[in-house]
Ligand binder design. Structure first.
Ligand code: MN
Ligand code: MN
Length: 456
């Protein structure tokens, strides 16, 4: 067979780094991405960062009583933890919106409501982990503390300790190997327990009578004006205190905490910022609580999204039912890239690979696609065609081999609104670890994919 014919017949994924646009622009584009993830480690910080960037790019806070015209740029914040950014299109809202939803909550350690105690000359903070973590990864690394505390008088204190090199960090101990015989005999899941994930927060006592706990409370009171009572109502989150780093001698990759899923949030909003006056109204959203099933008032299961769409419909006298039926959404969440160190967990013939571009995931779920939305051939081929026309390098892939486990995304919540949706995101390695790995070329190609989607 001649080469042209075999090339036409066979499907072979391309490498993003062979693309001229990627060669010229991915590196620069990813500098902005690294600034975002290094300064926004929690959903609250991601929303604050997005608002700051949006305002610089001509977006204004959405006002339900105002009326908007094509080209207007608005953002709508859901309780400081989620954000919807929109550029109003030329066509009426009932002709359908183009929506990209990523999530900005990441697996982490939340402080318990009564966290502080003293033992063995140390002050420690008890945690309850959030999302799917491998607990052993959280020991013996520098940790930072983020969140918000409300004083007894109702005033707010924002907390971010340990991100600046000059600031102290927190720490979780691990048992020395010398006496770890019993620990070694346990499974990976049990070697470090949830109740063992206690942050070392101080070690010096106040004086001979009043120990480390009181000394720490005194430091907190002097610095923030808070007492132990105020920790009960606080929302405090421990994350790795590490910054993103370039990986590989070719500097082609980025290692960072929480690529999942800020790595899809950044392309979504930067592609939205590039828009002038789109044909259809375009939306980029940061969802919260994806890692624990999209529950709660800031998760995608709340009515915040349909209410926002209803508002947009009311603005141009559109029919909400038609709007949902005609809309299309990218549930933009990371895909699991094939890991050569753990090949046995994957079907290599149906895996996504690093540097083959954004991965379209037709279905997620587990045990026979349980709990997934399973995008139709019509929707998947529509997206694939869209990407092909725009020169986007893309691939398909599923998480792991059949019956090995599984995952869910916000696609199920979007589909429940009668909106066509498919998962599409950046493939990453070491997902949900304290240092995930992704390719600069894939990140840039995700941005190109989002631009193509908004232009459709
Ligand atoms: Mn995710
Ligand atoms: Mn995740």
């Amino acid at each position: 067979m001649d080469k042209e014919l075999s090339k036409k017949l066979l499907y072979k994924p391309l490498n993003v780094f062979l693309n001229e646009d990627v060669k010229q622009n991915a590196d620069e584009y990813c500098k902005g991405y690294r600034e975002f993830i290094d300064s926004a480690k929690t959903e609250r910080e991601a929303v604050d960062y997005a608002v700051m960037q949006a305002e610089k790019n001509g977006f204004v806070a959405y006002d339900r009583k105002a009326s908007y015209k094509p080209g207007d740029r608005v953002y709508y914040v859901n309780r400081k933890k989620g954000i919807y950014l929109a550029v109003i299109g030329k066509e009426k809202t009932e002709t359908g919106v183009r929506m990209i939803i990523a999530h900005t909550d990441c697996p982490r350690l939340d402080l318990k409501q009564k966290p502080l105690y003293e033992e063995a000359n140390l002050a420690l903070l008890k945690t309850h982990y959030y999302g799917g973590i491998k607990k052993y990864q959280w020991t013996a690394i520098p940790l930072s503390l983020h969140g918000v505390i409300y004083r007894a008088d109702g005033s707010e204190v924002k907390i971010c300790i340990g991100e600046d090199e000059s600031e102290p960090v927190f720490y979780i101990t691990d048992l020395m190997p010398h006496i770890a015989k019993d620990q070694y005999a346990k499974t990976l899941a049990e070697g470090i327990t949830g109740e063992g994930l206690n942050l070392v927060a101080a070690s010096a006592p106040y004086d001979e009578e009043d120990g480390v706990k009181l000394n720490l409370l005194n430091i907190l009171n002097e610095k923030y004006g808070i007492t132990e009572r105020d920790l009960i109502t606080a929302e405090l989150i421990a994350t790795p205190a590490t910054r993103s780093r370039e990986v590989g001698l070719d500097r082609s990759m980025i290692m960072a905490y929480g690529h999942d899923d800020r790595i899809c949030a950044y392309p979504a909003y930067t592609a939205l910022f590039d828009l002038d006056i789109p044909e259809h109204t375009c939306i980029a959203a940061f969802a919260d609580k994806e890692e624990i099933g999209s529950e709660g008032v800031t998760g995608l299961r709340s009515d915040f999204l349909p209410h926002f769409l209803m508002d947009l419909c009311a603005n141009d006298n559109s029919d909400y039912i038609a709007c949902c039926a005609n809309s299309i959404c990218l549930s933009s969440d990371v895909g699991g890239a094939y890991d050569p160190n753990f090949g046995g967990a994957y079907d290599p013939k149906n895996s996504a690979y690093i540097n083959n571009g954004p991965v379209i995931v037709k279905y997620t779920g587990s045990r026979g696609k349980g709990g997934c939305s399973d995008a139709s051939a019509e929707v998947v081929s529509r997206i694939a065609l869209m990407f092909d026309k725009a020169g986007v390098i893309w691939q398909c892939g599923e998480y792991g081999k059949v019956d090995q486990g599984g995952a869910g995304t916000v696609a199920t919540e979007v589909a429940a609104l009668n909106i066509d949706v498919v998962d599409c995101g950046v493939p990453i390695l070491s997902m949900h670890s304290t240092g995930e790995l992704a390719s600069k070329g894939d990140i840039y190609m995700m941005y190109k994919a989002d631009k193509a989607f908004y232009a459709s």
